[in-house]
Design a binder for this molecule. Structure first.
Ligand code: GDP
Length: 432
């Protein structure tokens, strides 16, 4: 581990490098201290970022994790799909818990809206699917379908009452017909009045997010772009079709926030010190049943949005190297190192064996991934607590060796190590 400082560029992207749940919320919360603006660029209420501040736990679904730092501006970019009812209820809930959200949150007028009828469609499609994806049921897929089908409703449409009624009624009618065709109850789509209700609060938050970010940068302010889900769930670069409906990788940060790629200075990839996956689809380094149950308990691996148990496995360096390449990572943040504190021995997948190839890069198809055999390297554990470490030098030698190996195999310097859920349980760019 180089101990190099976390890049302090004007605009940093934080992106998940596995199947989501890497601890991005905590990493963004830590980096947000040095930022002025925090923006999300894709996904929606399917995200569940858990942040601990003191004794308080916050689970943020749509509001950027920067909200827990007073005074930071938090934005939802055009690439996000927004469930307005849930979004405002999340804002109200934060306010009730003492977080000042007034004037601090902006939502792109170009962002698409998720309605109850998208959630109803999500459930109906998943119930009838032959190959179940294991979606969070938040309506994200159907909302993105409407967006690319050019029949979506954008935040800007809802600012004009007449336009709102017309576009939402059309969207609702389309969903009802589709639900009927799927054999589901069209009434589960909800009513026009319900769909339009949250729009009255939009004037307080509607914003030109791309312009705001551009202007913030021009004034020398620091911007953090917060990714949701992870690289292996990207609709193009992930384990298709067991993926989410958006591009989760760093390239999407530019398109989804409304800034050019040259405005981005650094990309931090978040990796958990082992691997987890929620939902269906391949997990090459997955544990056997006994170890899976053991690690799930040890790492509290249950989904923040759905409560579903996550499958667990060894650290997959093939995936990490792939994520480094497709995201153009400039640094890595390793989370949950402390979860491995009691294990006597650890494994890292250093390669995949596939067909005749002894070393195969992360394959593009799930069929190949299902056949890929991870090649493991075994490293000794450290069997000492790491939770109090605040400098690299505080870590046991075997923990440092484990991190060194991750850094070497991923080919990217480690910028941060997280050793617990709390804000201060972190090692940041400290030379050993
Ligand atoms: P995200 O979606 O990537 O933000 O990840 P989640 O919030 O779903 O899951 C991360 C979980 O791990 C949360 O409950 C965090 O509080 C917790 N977490 C984050 N970093 C650490 C860490 O270094 N150690 C431990 N033990 N837990 C952590």
């Amino acid at each position: 581990m180089s101990g190099r400082a976390a890049p302090n560029g004007d605009c940093t992207v934080v992106v998940g490098c596995q199947w989501g749940d890497e601890g991005k919320g905590k990493v963004v919360d830590v980096f947000a201290e040095d930022a002025d603006v925090v923006a999300r660029y894709q996904g929606g209420a399917n995200a569940g970022h858990t942040v601990h501040v003191g004794d308080h736990e916050f689970v943020l679904h749509q509001v950027p994790s920067g909200i827990l730092h007073p005074g930071k501006r938090c934005l939802l970019g055009n690439g996000v799909v927004v469930d307005l009812a849930q979004f405002f209820s999340e804002c109200d809930h934060l306010a009730e818990r003492g977080v000042d959200v007034r004037g601090r949150i902006g939502v792109s007028t170009r962002a698409h809206v998720v309605f109850a009828h998208h959630r109803a469609l999500d459930a109906a499609l998943e119930t009838r699917a032959k190959h179940k994806i294991g979606t969070t049921g938040r309506g994200i897929g159907p909302a993105y379908e409407d967006k690319t089908g050019r029949r979506g409703v954008r935040i800007g449409d809802l600012l004009d009452r007449a336009l709102a009624e017309e576009t939402v009624a059309r969207s609702l009618q389309g969903a009802r017909e589709r639900l009927e065709w799927l054999g589901a109850d069209p009434a589960s789509a909800g009513t026009l009045e319900e769909a339009l209700a949250p729009a009255s609060r939009l004037p307080d938050v509607a914003a030109d997010v791309g312009l705001e970010i551009w202007e913030a940068r021009a004034k020398g302010r620091r911007v953090l772009l917060e990714g949701a889900q992870g690289t292996a769930l990207d609709v193009d670069h992930g384990t298709y079709p067991y993926v989410t409906s958006s591009n989760t990788t760093a390239g999407a940060a530019s398109a989804g926030a409304g800034i050019g790629p040259t405005a981005i200075d650094s990309v931090i990839g978040v990796v958990k010190a082992y691997t987890t996956r929620v939902g269906n689809g391949p997990l090459p380094t997955g544990f056997d049943e006994r170890m899976d149950a053991f690690m799930r308990k040890l790492g509290a691996e249950f989904g923040a949005t759905t409560g579903r148990p996550r499958r667990c496995g060894w650290f997959d360096a093939v995936l990490a190297a792939y994520a480094a390449r497709v995201n153009g990572l400039t640094g890595i943040a390793v989370t949950k190192l402390d979860v491995l504190d009691t294990l006597p021995e650890l494994k890292i997948a250093t390669a995949y064996r596939l067909g005749d190839a002894a070393e195969h890069p992360f394959p593009p198809t799930v069929q190949e991934l299902d056949q890929a055999e991870p090649v493991y390297e075994t490293l000794p554990g450290w069997t000492k607590p790491t939770t109090e470490a605040r400098r690299l030098a505080d870590l046991p030698a075997n923990a440092r060796a484990y991190l060194d190996r991750i850094e070497e195999l991923a080919g990217v310097p480690i910028a941060m190590v997280s050793v617990g859920t709390r804000r201060n349980q972190v090692i940041r760019g400290v030379a050993a």
